[in-house]
Design a protein around this ligand. Structure first.
Ligand code: PLP
Length: 412
């Protein structure tokens, strides 16, 4: 029988429909198609220099040179759990070098494919081995969270987080929603620099959240994608996580080195599960291997070797902290410049949230209609929720952005 009988349009996949673009990565696709010389991409969360170029940190280049020049390095497979040094150093970085949980060997850490992979492996582990399958994520949150956790086998619900009226934290709503969650439920928390809102709880508010969660036995799952990138200080940005670990109870943490070491495409991250005892941690690690092995077998070697080289050398670590602070400071400076430019123009509205919010993104409060207007008239690209990446902005482009925002809020 002719093969055409089995297909339409000459393909057995003829019935496959066109998928919609990822809402965040789709912004870059649209940007790339725009021929205008004025175009500006504030959609994607990747750091750019003042000149608008991607940045490879000097310390990363140095670490790579060391690796390349070391003839003893080979390309053998890593263990399923990844590079052992990398795992130990990553746990120290997020929990602190004096963390009792590390000293008591209660932490199981596995190298994963950046932050996303760490979340996914953690999600699948919980779906298989934890008694409560519901995870509460903030409303709003990073667009991929719902998909990652749903596909991991968890059931996703939301808790209130952001108050559009104050453009700040809705602490009352957050506490009410977590109080109403079933005992034992998992709660996804952004360790710092909440994406997309740029709104973080204060340390006092974190303490309230911690007390409530511990009293209800809710299990914290921290997403740490921006350690050091928010304040410029690695310890300050890990405070929330360390508060929860200090009380001796359990939690999960997904770490990413995409932003803070600029290793986006190297896909370097770690999942750590802080357990109640050392023997539980050993068993948890053995089960994490069973999650990872059929998924991608074992993680890539290059990026983790770069991170380990930097973290274990005192002088390179120091250089990293300086370069990291410079990136954070440039972002904070962009916030100030944009705020000043809008104030100078007399743009209607209170724009103080631009300088109050923290991290890579400003949640501007612009409507999707205003965003569309700015894209069509000013060639400025961002997600339709009005989130702009401050890391994609430069002094030179601030006036253009301020003009566009001014026009959008006065005309729409
Ligand atoms: C909140 C949050 N979590 C996780 C990630 C995952 O990033 P990656 O997988 O590149 O480390 C991101 C990236 O934008 C993020 O903003």
């Amino acid at each position: 029988m002719a093969s055409e009988d089995h297909s339409h349009g000459g393909s057995v996949f003829a019935n496959v429909t066109q998928a919609t673009e990822d809402p965040i990565l789709g912004v870059t696709v649209a940007y790339n198609k725009d021929p205008s010389p004025m175009k500006l991409n504030l959609g994607v969360g990747a750091y750019r220099t003042e000149e608008g170029n991607p940045l490879v940190l000097n310390v990363v280049r140095r670490a790579e040179q060391l690796l390349v020049n070391d003839p003893s390095r080979v390309k053998e497979y890593l263990p399923i759990t990844g590079l052992a040094d990398f795992n130990k150093l990553s746990a120290k970085l997020i929990f602190g070098s004096d963390s009792p949980a590390i000293q008591e060997n209660r932490v199981a850490t596995v190298q994963c494919l950046s932050g996303t992979g760490s979340l996914r492996v953690g999600g699948e582990f919980l779906a298989r081995h934890y008694h409560e399958r519901t995870i509460y994520i903030p409303q709003p949150t990073w667009g991929n969270h719902t998909k990652v956790f749903t596909l991991a086998g968890l059931s996703v619900k939301t808790y209130r987080y952001y108050d559009p009226a104050t453009r700040g934290l809705n602490l009352e709503g957050l506490l009410a929603d977590l109080s109403a969650a079933p005992s034992g439920a998992i709660v996804l928390l952004h360790a710092c620099a909440h994406n997309p809102t740029g709104v973080d709880p204060t340390l006092e508010q974190w303490e309230q959240i911690r007390l409530l969660m511990r009293s209800k036995g809710l299990l914290p799952f921290f997403d740490s994608a921006y350690q050091g990138f928010a304040s410029g200080n690695l310890d300050a940005d890990a405070q929330s996580v360390r508060m929860f670990v200090a009380d001796g109870s359990e939690c999960l943490t997904a770490q990413s080195y995409a932003k803070n070491m600029g290793l986006y495409g190297e896909r370097v991250g770690a999942l750590s599960i802080v357990c109640g005892s050392a023997d539980v941690a050993v068993r948890v690690e053995s089960q994490l291997k069973l999650v990872i092995r059929p998924m991608y077998s074992n993680p890539p070697i290059h990026g983790a070797s770069i991170v380990a080289t930097i973290l274990k050398d005192r002088e390179m670590y120091h250089e990293w902290t300086i370069e990291l602070k410079a990136m954070a400071d440039r972002i904070i400076n962009m916030r100030e410049q944009l705020f000043d430019a809008l104030r100078a123009k007399g743009t209607p509205g209170d724009w103080s949230h631009i300088i109050k919010q923290i991290g890579m993104f400003t949640f501007t409060g612009l409507t999707s209609e205003q965003v569309t207007f700015m894209t069509t008239e000013y060639h400025i690209y961002m997600t339709s929720d009005g989130r702009i990446s401050m890391a994609g902005l430069s002094s030179q482009k601030v006036p253009h952005l301020a003009d566009a925002i001014h026009a959008a809020v006065t005309q729409h």
